[in-house]
Design a protein around this ligand. Sequence first.
Ligand code: GDP
Ligand code: K
Length: 279
Amino acid sequence: RKEISVALAGNPNCGKSSLFNVLTGAHQKVGNFSGVTIEKHEGHLDYGAYRIRFVDLPGTYSLTPYSPEEIVTRNYLIDERPDLVVNVLEGPNLERNLLLTTQLMEMNVDFLAALNMIDEVEEKGISIDVKQLQRLLGCHIVPTSAKKKIGIDSLLDHIVRVYEKNIEIRKNKLSFRPEIEEAVDAIAGLLKREKELEAADPRWLAIKLLESDREVYHRVQQYPVWVKVELALQEALREAAKLYDSDPEMLITEDRHAFIRGAMKECVRFPEERKSTVT
Ligand code: GDP
Ligand code: K
C-alpha cells in the first residue's frame, strides 16, 4: 500500500480527537512528542490502495510559539513535513478557528479543511458558502460531522486526491497591507541568499520575523545575512510607527483579522441576519 501521512490540526474543542477516533478506530497508539509531555496520538486507516497515517496534533489557536502546544504543532509541521494537513474547523465557531487557517495558508504545506460539526451548523440554521470559502482560503473544504459520521468518506477521498494532485488546488495567499508586503519582500529577498533559509520558505520566515517570533529570530541570527535583516526589521518598525502609530506585529494581526472578517461576511450567514435580509 502507498502511505500518506496526514496531520490533524485545529483549535481545542473543534472535534479533532472525535474525528481522529472515527478515522482510525482501533488502529491507534499513544506516545509523546519528543521532549515534551504532550501526548501524541497516532493511528492509521487502510483506504483502497492507501494506508493513511494520522497524527492528532495538540489543539492550538495559533502557530506563534507561546505555548508548548503551539511549539509542538508548528515544529511538527516544519520538521516532520506530513504529506498533508487536515485543518479541522469548528463549523459553528468558524471565525475564531480561521486564525490558525490563515497561518497554515502562509506555510509551505498542502492542506485541506474539514468543516466539522456540520450537524450543529445546520441545526442552528447557519449557512456557509463552502465554494466561496474554498476560493478565499485556497484549500478544499469537506463538511464533516465526527459525531454523526457525516462526510468521512468524502474526507478520505479528498485526502487521496489532494495527495495524488488529481484535484485542482488554487492556493491563495493572504496579502497584508502594502507596507508590510514590501517589508516581507525585502526580508525574504535577503533570506534567499542563504541556501538553507531559502529551503525553509523565506516568505514564512520573513512574516515570522516581523511578528517578533522568538524561535525564528534565534534561527536566522546564526547567519551572516542577519546584519542586513536586522536593518530591514528596524526600517519596518520605523515605518509602522510613522504611518500607523503601531508595529509590524500588530499590523499583521490586524490584517489577518480583517481577512477573516471579510471571509465571514462573504461566506457565512447566521439565522438572525437571514431574517433581516428577507424582511
Ligand atoms: P478536540 O478538543 O478538538 O479533540 O474535540 P473533541 O473531539 O474532544 O470534541 C469536543 C466536543 O465536541 C465533544 O463533546 C464532542 O462530542 C463534540 N463533537 C465533536 N465532533 C462533533 C460533531 O461533528 N458534531 C457535534 N455536534 N459535536 C461534535
Ligand atoms: K459541541
